[in-house]
Design a protein around this ligand. Sequence first.
Ligand code: NDP
Length: 312
Amino acid sequence: MEKIKCLIIGSGPAGYTAAIYAARANLMPVLYEGVLPGGQLTTTTDIENFPGYPTGISGTQMMEDLRNQALRFGTDIRFGVVTKVELKQNHNLVIVDGEKEIEAMVVIVSTGASAKYLGLPDEAKYAGMGVSACATCDGFFYRKKTVAVVGGGDTACEDALYLSGLCKKVHLLVRKDYLRASKVMQDRVMKQENIEVMFKHEVIGLYGENGVEGAMLLKNRGGEEEELSLPIDGLFLAIGHNPNSKLFSEYLHTDKEGYIKTEGATPITNVPGVFAAGDVADPRYRQAITAAASGCKAAMEAERYLVENDAK
Ligand code: NDP
């Protein structure tokens, strides 16, 4: 079994920032990248609100830069997915890819969150055949076609705008009669000619012979419901995320939605020496900048913990 001081699980802005700080504090961190190296930002378009980039930066580029910065200070970045954990104070046992065993004195959990689905059987039926939760990954396949985006938040608006540059027509399906997105995103969506916002519409099913050819919708008209079909070639989900905390829920306290609970504004969890940073512990802000900040805090707490426990 490999014994290390500091293990970081996850490679989003929280994980990489934790790695930069931990490596500079000489904690010799090992970071496992997980299923999606670089995290959710690699599936987004341009990031316009991260301070320091006046003209914006692509999500992929930002993650590449963060990765290189973590490497520069000696972080041991590894491919691999953590498949099992046993969190016991100072002896946290972690299994990677079902076989490799690691014992870490401190663990920083920064496993992020994953896209939510509506839960319709048709989503599974048409997975990869017209249903996607990542517009920037799959939008290219729908060039000059008609698609629908489900959701009314910033992600849905961002996805609709991105797809409007590729597709003939984009329907934005919003279950309420308003958009939850920021004003600037709402304005952009409303101004885009080939985006049609359909308020009070919910998807109840999909149809098509060899892939999606349309969606069945439920329209709420003043309390009365009406079913209608909308011909589309693809359906994009943008209805929020679930925290990737299942692996840890036996040991770490979580809220009812599965977000890891931490002490106040700190990344300290209920297990001493285990810290949670980024979207896996943040149901409220979920921004790259806030994730990075919590990664910094987690590394600082990890260092403090090791010093206080005479382990550094
Ligand atoms: P949000 O939780 O903000 O929005 C989710 C949307 O999906 C809501 O409109 C919600 O509807 C809708 N929804 C949820 N479940 C269903 C369902 N079963 N059927 C139909 N609609 C559903 O998630 P986002 O991913 O959009 O954003 C998360 C955070 O990230 C936010 O803080 C956002 O500001 C931020 N963000 C910022 C960006 C930027 O600044 N560039 C880009 C992307 C995200 P309802 O309103 O009815 O609950």
